[in-house]
Write a protein of this length. Structure first.
Length: 187
């Protein structure tokens, strides 16, 4: 298997990816949709599922709901909880066992790519998203905007903004983690 520099012929049978998705933003939404459009079966891992902190401020159930909202038109995906084990080899074995045979694994994380390249072809997710749909955002950017009280709604799909507001998750995030996020940011 290998680290790939460009996408293999698509679609593929099965592909997988683990990310934190906290919150699901426009860049994530483009990747999630591209995954479902380019594979018969998609395995989506909710990373750091055992963490609740400033980098992981939404529960597994909340994160899963955000993914379901973005992928409401698709039925070819399944979600897995993927805890942070603090141990690369154990994490690699856990993901390999949970995901099984894949044609392609997507990650934007070089450390994860190197861990999993011995088992699957690994590609940066941007390579499966059409150029006109690529959105350069990170979850950190969204969380920092929320913590600063800036406009964040345009950084996430409308259904995600509605979900976060309706369920009081923005207020909870600011109360529980806003100061920690601001302290860690490059303001």
């Amino acid at each position: 298997m290998a680290l790939l520099l460009e996408a293999p012929p698509l679609p593929v049978s099965t592909l997988g990816m683990v990310a934190r998705w906290k919150p699901v933003h426009l860049g994530h939404a483009a990747v999630l949709r591209a995954m479902c459009e380019n594979a018969a079966r998609v395995i989506i891992g909710i990373g750091s599922s055992n963490k609740y902190n400033a980098s992981n401020p939404f529960t597994v159930a909340e994160t899963a709901e955000m993914i379901h909202l973005v992928l409401d038109a698709y039925s070819n995906y399944q979600l897995f909880e993927v805890p942070d084990l603090g141990n690369g080899p154990r994490w690699q074995a856990m993901v390999r066992d949970a995901f099984g045979d894949l044609d392609l694994y997507l990650t934007a994380n070089d450390w994860v790519a190197n861990l999993l390249a011995p088992h699957w072809d690994v590609l940066h997710p941007v390579h499966i998203v059409p150029i006109d749909q690529r959105i350069p955002l990170t979850g950190t950017m969204v969380r920092e905007a929320i913590a600063r009280g800036e406009e964040w709604q345009d950084m996430v799909p409308p259904q995600i903004a509605h979900y976060l507001d309706k369920n009081g998750l923005i207020q909870r995030f600011r109360e529980e983690f806003g100061l920690a996020v601001l302290a860690d940011s490059n303001l």
